[in-house]
Design a protein around this ligand. Structure first.
Ligand code: 3PG
Length: 202
């Protein structure tokens, strides 16, 4: 996985069409954020229609949300920051967890728990690839998934760094495009993002 998208769905009626657009665009992977009440049901709809799609839950802030997300079909959990309770809960249950890590102290906690992949958020605000390289120097066992401000403009900078396992972004699934039903545009932008990622990392 070189690239995936971050989805904020306000309305469950959009979930199936969005999954169609993502799969059709060649990117069967999404982090559906628990920032709206539609997240749980949207994950269920997407994973029922596309069981092989890699759908995870993002912005998970409580262990209750972990349970809801997994019951709905989420294959991985993402939290914006390093919440030890959520991390330990997921590890106990063998649920893949990618907590946010932006400092050496958080990296140390992740490494202590045997994690090998963490989120780096908000990536651009925290110094982007320069900071990731600096963090990865002592914590060689960690790979990072930057999100927040990643776009076609800087994807090459991120994907050129071997400490970055994949990037996340919402630029091809903006809320206004979903609201106005522009699923063909989403599919096209997804296709372009996938092509760009492939051209950077062969
Ligand atoms: C995230 O949840 O990781 C970010 O909000 C995504 O950031 P972006 O909208 O800048 O891609």
């Amino acid at each position: 996985m070189k690239n995936f998208r971050i989805v904020v769905l306000d309305d469950v009626k959009d979930a199936e069409k969005l999954a169609d657009a993502l799969v059709g665009g060649g990117l069967p992977c999404a982090e559906v954020t628990f920032r709206t009440a539609a997240a749980e049901e949207s994950i269920r709809i997407m994973t029922e229609k596309y069981p092989d799609m890699l759908v995870g839950a993002g912005t998970v802030l409580t262990t209750e949300q972990v349970d809801k997300a997994v019951a709905a079909g989420a294959k991985f959990i993402v939290s914006p920051g390093f919440d030890a309770e959520i991390v330990d809960y997921c590890l106990d249950k063998n649920i893949p967890i990618l907590p946010g890590v932006i400092s050496p102290s958080e990296a140390a906690q992740a490494v202590k728990r045997g994690l090998s992949v963490v989120k780096f958020f908000p990536a651009e605000q925290y110094g982007g690839v320069t900071t990731i390289k600096a963090l990865a120097a002592p914590y060689t066992m960690l790979k990072f998934m930057p999100t927040g401000g990643v776009s076609v403009k800087n994807l090459k900078d991120y994907l050129s760094c071997d400490k970055i396992i994949c990037c996340g972004g919402s630029w091809m699934v903006k809320g206004d495009m979903i609201k106005s039903g522009e699923f063909d545009k989403i599919k096209q932008m997804t296709k372009e993002a996938v092509e760009l990622a492939h051209s950077i990392r062969k």
